[in-house]
Each structure stands twice: as C-alpha cells, then as structure tokens.
Design a protein around this ligand. Structure first.
Ligand SMILES: [Zn+2]
Length: 163
C-alpha cells in the first residue's frame, strides 16, 4: 500500500472514475482515517479536482455528481470513504440532496450495502444486549427464589417450635 504517492488532480466529465482506476493501479492508500497517511494523496486529488475542500458545499455536490458516473466499483473502500465524507460533512438534510445525485449509480448501490451492513451490525449488538439482559434477569430471579426459600425455612422453623 502506497501511503504517500502523488495522484494528479483531474478534470473532464468522469474524472472521479478515472482517478479511482489510477488509485487502484498505483495501489494508493484510500483508507478513511488511515493513521499512517490519512489517505492524503487520494483526498488531495479528489478535492482538488472537485474545486475545493470537503467543507465547500459546491465541492461536495461535484463529488456527488461524480459518484453518479460510477458504473463499476473498482475500490469499494474508496467509494465508501467518499460517501462517508459527504455524509459527515453535509448533515442529514443536505445529504438527501447529494444522495439523489448518485443514488442510481453503482456508488448508490454501494451506499445501500453500507446501510444493510450497518443495520445487521446493530441487530447483532441488540441481540447481544438482549442475551446479557436475560442472564441478568435470570440471576435476579434465582437470587429472589433463594431469598424466598430462606424466608419459608425460617417460618417453618418458627412454626415447629413448641408454643
Ligand atoms: Zn494510508
């Protein structure tokens, strides 16, 4: 994995598609939040091509439009990186508009796969929590039953005593 390579900025109607192919061919790091390089080379090339940093709404729209041109996912990691970036920067309301720009493309399909994965992960977490809760309730029930038996035993003992 090349953590510090120079990817050129691009222009043209399908610049992101070409940039993604080049990133894969050059094995450039595209990992979001990479602790070694922050995917800096990839990010610089994308956002320079988009005409501004990801904090610019116009640049975000440009990247969303470019995601809309994607017909083949050459790098799921890179596509997810950019979708996450848009999602994080835009906030829920703007993101709906951005998504409309690439929803019909393969990037849109990748976004839906991300969501499904996320839902499954949350369901698994909920199941795990449920099991812990059941175990806890079970333990409480056993403790209560134990206390009850002790109360009954004490009462029986009292009753056995001669009056
Ligand atoms: Zn890296």
């Amino acid at each position: 994995m090349a953590h510090a390579t120079n990817l050129e900025s691009r222009s043209g109607p399908t610049w992101l598609r070409e940039l993604l192919v080049e990133a894969v061919e050059m094995n450039v790091c595209v990992r979001r939040g990479c602790t070694t390089c922050g995917a800096t080379s990839f990010r610089n090339a994308v956002w320079n091509s988009a005409g501004g940093p990801p904090t610019y709404a116009e640049a975000r729209r440009c990247v969303a439009d470019q995601l809309g041109t994607i017909e083949t996912i050459v790098s799921p990691e890179a596509v997810r990186h950019l979708v996450m970036e848009l999602h994080t920067r835009a906030g829920p309301e703007e993101f709906v508009g951005l998504l409309a720009r690439f929803d019909a493309s393969e990037a849109g399909a990748e976004y839906r796969r991300m969501l499904e994965h996320d839902v499954r992960r949350r369901e698994d977490a909920a199941t795990a929590e449920g099991v812990i809760e059941l175990r806890r309730t079970d333990k409480q029930a056993r403790a209560a039953a134990h206390a009850n038996r002790k109360v009954e035993r004490d009462r029986d003992r009292k009753n056995d005593r001669p009056q």
